[in-house]
Design a protein around this ligand. Structure first.
Ligand code: HEC
Length: 108
């Protein structure tokens, strides 16, 4: 009985984690499309800008990455991934910029 309970807890936990990951992807894709980030970024492939999975890997151990990247999404910049320039995106709200940064960082 006890092991059944543990097994059940484990299965629901794994199921939930899988669902959460799929949801995050969907939300991220929606926001990327809405703000036209997809003109330069793909999740799994380098385009003009860095592949977003590489961005997640680069900042995996940076506690302040979400705030940093949210600011960069709004202000743009260059020099971190090469000489290409990301233009400023002032049309992106602070909330959307932070959501985009958090979703990107959650990519694996
Ligand atoms: C015109 C092309 C272009 C568009 C549009 C664009 N980006 Fe970028 N992005 C780039 C380039 C080029 C870089 C690399 C900049 C660098 O090396 O500092 C970059 C870098 C990034 C980074 C990593 C920043 C860092 O300092 O490591 C993130 C996160 C990012 N972009 C998210 C977004 C999001 C979200 C959007 C949409 C709101 C977006 N980008 C729109 C070209 C673009």
């Amino acid at each position: 009985m006890r092991s059944f309970t543990i097994l059940f807890a484990l299965v629901s936990l794994l199921g939930f984690a899988g669902l959460a990951r799929a949801d995050v992807r969907e939300l991220l894709t929606e926001l990327l499309t809405k703000h036209n980030c997809t003109a330069c970024h793909f999740i799994d492939k380098r385009k003009y800008g860095p592949k977003l999975k590489d961005v997640a890997a680069k900042y995996a151990n940076d506690e302040n990455a979400a705030e940093k990247l949210a600011a960069k999404i709004k202000s743009g910049g260059t020099g971190v991934w090469g000489q290409d320039v990301m233009p400023p995106q002032p049309q992106v709200s602070d909330a959307d910029a932070l959501a985009l940064a958090s979703y990107v960082l959650s990519l694996k």
